[in-house]
Design a binder for this molecule. Structure first.
Ligand SMILES: [Zn+2]
Length: 334
């Protein structure tokens, strides 16, 4: 049984967490060079993997090390995996290509074709140190291409509640890709760079944040501390519809967890109340799977559903995702 799940999104640098839990999933910076070279020939990929396994020191092996298998998928072809980090006893699930294939097939069924091409890197890790089940992260400074990861720890597909949690999590992660790509938001490259700049002082970082926020407001957007939601984007309208009235401190209160305490019935669950992006993603998943136990459907949540339903493109996406849910539940495609 998976404990309270925390979904995280990495933005910018591979090790940068936006808003959530700082015990991270895979340490992508430790991948062999082949992983950053999309669709290198499989021969050179497996060579790189062999080298990597042989020289595991590159990973700094210790008991806390996370083992990862990384794929660079093209359509239904998952390609050959690259073993990213190896434990002395590599967990069987990280070597279970059949399981990885099933997870990719399930993910593809739920992620609409129009955005599937954005996923350039698929990471499977087994990390028992975190409750995080999945994450997505941008691979560039615009949100065009993404990496998508699943934590194999506790992932027993034969357990119905785990399986349903996985489905809702995939939909949640997809909602991030849908709303945080280059057609929806803008990122500031200096701010992205700051996430991995260990030299930068807190004062410099604060000054940069103020500057980026000002740029975003000149563009009439909404800045959430990481991205600027552009006018007309899903998150921009969602923010104005459901978050604006919490006031100027809304993001801070959300981050501290007090927003949920004060406005419990506005959200499908406590995680949704941690930020507008998580609220959108959780509400979107609840819209697709309202019967799922992780969601409480209140009157305000119904209003969020009505917001989704007012957008024809989202209704089209819902049809596609529902068809995918039917398929994977019937077990027809894996
Ligand atoms: Zn999330």
């Amino acid at each position: 049984m998976i404990k309270a799940l925390i979904r995280i999104i990495f933005l910018g640098g591979a090790l940068t967490l936006a808003g959530c839990d700082h015990t991270s999933l895979p340490e992508v910076s430790m991948l062999p060079a082949a992983a950053s070279n999309p669709r290198a020939s499989s021969a050179s990929q497996s060579e790189a993997a062999d080298d990597f396994v042989a020289t595991g020191a590159e990973c700094g092996i210790d008991r806390r090390q996370v083992a990862t298998m990384v794929y660079l998928p093209m359509g239904s072809d998952l390609g050959e995996g690259i073993l990213g980090c190896v434990l002395l006893r590599a967990p069987a699930r990280v070597r279970n290509a059949g399981l990885h294939d099933r997870l990719w097939t399930i993910s593809r069924a739920l992620i609409p074709d129009a955005d599937e091409f954005r996923i350039e890197r698929f990471i499977l890790a087994q990390d028992g140190r975190t409750d995080t089940l999945a994450f997505v992260a941008t691979l560039d400074d615009q949100g065009r291409s993404w990496e998508y990861g699943i934590n194999l720890q506790d992932l027993n597909l034969l357990d119905r509640s785990v399986f349903e949690e996985l489905l809702s999590t995939i939909i949640h992660e997809y909602a991030h890709i849908l709303t945080l790509n280059e057609t929806q938001v803008t990122y500031d490259s200096a701010l992205l760079a700051s996430y991995t700049d260990m030299e930068m002082s807190d004062a410099e970082y604060e000054a940069l944040l103020v500057e980026v926020e000002a740029d975003c407001s000149v563009a009439s957007g909404v800045f959430d501390g990481e991205a600027c939601f552009m006018p007309g984007s899903y998150l921009f309208d969602f923010y104005h519809g459901f978050w604006d009235w919490y006031g100027e401190d809304a993001l801070e209160l959300a981050f501290q967890g007090t927003l949920f305490k004060d406005y419990r019935t506005d959200f499908v669950n406590d995680y949704a109340a941690t930020s507008p992006t998580e609220d959108f993603a959780e509400s979107f998943a609840a819209w697709l799977m309202p019967e799922h136990g992780a969601f409480l459907i209140t009157e305000t949540v119904e209003d969020k559903f009505a917001f989704f339903e007012s957008q024809p493109e989202l209704m089209t996406l819902r049809d596609q995702i529902e068809a995918g849910l039917d398929e994977v539940r019937a077990g027809r495609i894996f």
